[in-house]
Design a protein around this ligand. Structure first.
Ligand code: SAH
Ligand code: SF4
Ligand code: F3S
Length: 441
């Protein structure tokens, strides 16, 4: 069967889609890259904001009209929360597979032609299952996502993830490292370790201690693997970001000096209402400490929610101030969206839409200022890139990323290949991109 997977949501969903595709390929199916060519159209869905759900549902309804005789399935987070309902509502939907059931996909697909509708949405909190560690490398190039934990136990009051992804569980370091060793053998040079709360990796049952971080241990073990040049990770919760982890990031050269550290809000009052157990000051202490230990050679990105219930102008101003102080390279700014079943959905969504929009715009401007400033700092420096390939518009121009995840464009004058290390002198910069020339010696 020819299958097409459309992925919504975060990197964890992207990783699950990749594993799903690898399992189907293994079962003799063929992956295609458009809906028109496919016999089976699969949506890996996200529930994190209403907009994310509407997108997938809209697409599913439109497709029906154009595609008689095709099979349709949903998996992932919205399948988990609304699978039963959607199977009833959307007549052409054939199956819904929960977040703990991805490994059952090949069997479900084998049964498809029998015609019955199927849902398997049970939460059994799988940690590892056959096929979940499958990858599509080296087709995907030199980078790979590696899931190190599933689920989330933090229950931030706005967030649906703990309900749709189940309990927080870490894979064993042995399983993770074995997967990374195999990836390195297949040509992977850069890994992104994934989880909703990676800084808490392996901490279940441990007492909080500033000198103990199983996640830092995992980073160091990963760094020992031959062939792996860069290690990234997302997302670490600030409450688990301790001294041991800060020192590990600063002292392990292969760990990229780029940290995605979700702030959510700069107001202690709002953080408390969000059930984010840190203060703005504690957050800033992590940032300051990392900046100091890395001699300023570190970049940050973040997630922020504007318009959480009860957010006043003063609360918002505190968030803006933190943005100004950290000088983020990148920030994902979200307008609060009530999610059914969460604690915050019982609070009044009292910040008007226009105010959310206005606050969003103010923070976007703040971001533009800081990312431009950060990029201008790179001008005149010679930086190491891992080459990603030719740019879409001009094949002679190549792109690469720095350790700090900045995108740089350069003329490929020396026959650089995908995944090669290349030293580039940065000549100029915009808020989005660096432009440079290869330095040969
Ligand atoms: N585990 C990650 C976040 C995963 S969800 C962490 O804690 O860092 C990605 C982001 O979506 C969150 O950081 C938050 O900023 C945003 N988000 C989650 N629920 C939301 C909601 N109900 N409305 C608006 N944004 C939300
Ligand atoms: Fe959601 Fe909070 Fe878990 Fe992140 S840590 S996934 S925001 S509940
Ligand atoms: Fe969305 Fe699920 Fe990720 S809700 S953000 S795809 S964990």
């Amino acid at each position: 069967m020819k299958f097409y997977i459309k992925t919504y949501g975060c990197q964890m969903n992207e990783r699950d889609s990749e594993a799903a595709a690898a399992m189907l390929l293994d079962d003799g199916h063929l992956q295609v890259h458009s809906e028109e060519e496919a016999d089976l159209i699969l949506f890996n869905t996200c529930s994190v904001r209403e907009q994310a759900e509407l997108k997938a549902i809209g697409k599913l309804s439109i497709l029906k009209k154009q595609s008689s005789g095709k099979f349709f399935g949903i998996m992932g987070c919205m399948a988990q929360s609304r699978g039963e309902e959607l199977l009833k509502k959307i007549p052409h939907l054939n199956f819904a597979l929960g977040t703990d059931k991805i490994h059952e996909l090949p069997e479900i697909v084998r049964q498809l032609r029998k015609g019955s509708k199927t849902a398997d949405l049970e939460h059994d909190n799988i940690q590892d299952a056959a096929g979940l560690d499958s990858h599509l490398v080296p087709v995907n190039g030199f980078k790979a996502y590696v899931s190190i934990m599933r689920g989330c136990d933090r229950f931030c009051t706005y967030c649906i993830v703990p309900y749709v992804r189940g309990r927080e569980r870490s894979r064993s370091p042995e399983a993770v490292l074995e997967e990374i060793r195999a990836l390195a053998k297949a040509g992977v040079k850069e890994v992104m370790l994934l989880g909703q709360n990676v800084a808490a990796y392996g901490t279940k049952g441990l007492k909080m201690d500033p000198d103990v971080s199983p996640f830092a241990d995992l980073l160091e073990e990963t760094a020992k693997i031959e062939g792996i040049e860069r290690i990234r990770f997302t997302s670490p919760h600030p409450a688990f970001f301790n001294k041991r982890l800060i020192e590990c990031i600063a002292n392990t050269p292969k760990v990229c000096k780029y940290v995605h550290l979700p702030l959510q809000s700069g107001s202690d009052r709002i953080l408390k209402a969000m059930n984010r157990p840190y203060t703005a000051e504690e957050y800033m202490n992590i940032v300051r400490s990392l900046k100091e230990k890395c001699n300023g050679n570190i970049a940050f990105s973040t997630d922020i929610i504007v318009g959480f219930p009860g957010e006043t102008e003063e609360d918002f101003e505190m968030t803006r101030k933190i943005m100004e102080e950290v000088e983020y390279d990148l920030a994902y700014i979200f307008k609060y969206s009530p999610r059914k079943g969460t604690k915050a959905s019982q609070m009044e969504d009292d910040v008007p839409k226009e105010v959310k929009e206005e606050r969003n715009q103010i923070l976007l401007k703040e971001l533009e200022k800081s990312s431009q400033k950060e990029n201008l700092r790179a001008v005149g420096k010679t930086l190491e890139l891992l080459a990603e390939g030719p740019s879409r518009r001009n094949a002679a121009r190549w792109c690469g990323r720095t350790d700090q995840n900045k995108l740089a464009v350069f003329e490929n004058t020396t026959g650089v290949k995908v995944g090669d290390k290349v030293m580039v002198h940065i000549d100029r910069a915009t808020s989005m991109t660096l432009f440079g020339t290869i330095v040969t010696d």
